[in-house]
Design a protein around this ligand. Sequence first.
Ligand code: AMP
Length: 279
Amino acid sequence: MIIIKRTQKIKDLVNKSHLDGNKIGFVPTMGALHDGHISLIKKSKSQNSLTICSIYVNPTQFNNIIDLNKYPVTLEKDIDKLEMADCDILFLPSTEEMYMNNEIKEHYDLGMLEHILEGKYRPGHFQGVCTIVDKLLKAIKPNTLYLGKKDYQQCMVINKMITDKKYEVRLEICETIREPRGLAMSSRNLRLNEVEKIDALKIIETLINIKKDIKPGNLEEIKINATKYLTKNGYKVDYTEIADAATLEIVSDWDGKAKLVALVAAYLNNLRLIDNIIL
Ligand code: AMP
């Protein structure tokens, strides 16, 4: 695997690679890699002649400095995992290059996606995500971008950004990889102790209960019960919501036909966990 730190160098390499007729698959990450990330790399490997992974802990998408400072960094292990997965290139950009001092900050029109669910509880988060993904797409010009369904709203935000900016990139949204008992893999899980890992299963249990109990009509009670279940089990809940899977509009009354997604964000002690399932 080639490791590249300079933006100009990755630009030169991908330009040459495109001229040579390669299809480029790109997997942006913040590192502390796990099998969820590696599944994206493998998907890209199966569909492209060149797979690029980036690792960059993007400061502008954190709205809490403590969370940023505590974000796990495991670069040596990440390199081993990427080599095992046969990743071709690892891009490790620097903050100096990603955020030039005199650069004018772009604002992305994300419509209602900016104000609901993650947007509501993490103001500015998606502007930060778009800023960095926009910069990475400009440098790497991939044919396909691989994102995980674990971050459902992020997929929709990036889809809007690439459509609005007319990027010629295909978005492939990959299934959430879970631990054997159902906990969605996440870099932040490294901060869970053994007891918390068991308690964290309540998130997927809540989502599965929603899936079991949902029926056409008013959905308020099912949402309230989900919140109550988590609260009873020691969580501080940001939201338990049911939304249209295609638009992410919140659904209060279900016609029994629209495809839905249930989404949860809740704190277990000081750690914020998110997950979702299609209903
Ligand atoms: P992150 O490093 O958390 O920014 O994640 C990088 C990419 O990996 C994003 O597209 C995530 O949605 C995706 N991802 C994170 N966790 C998982 C998982 N458990 N299964 C599949 N994809 C994931």
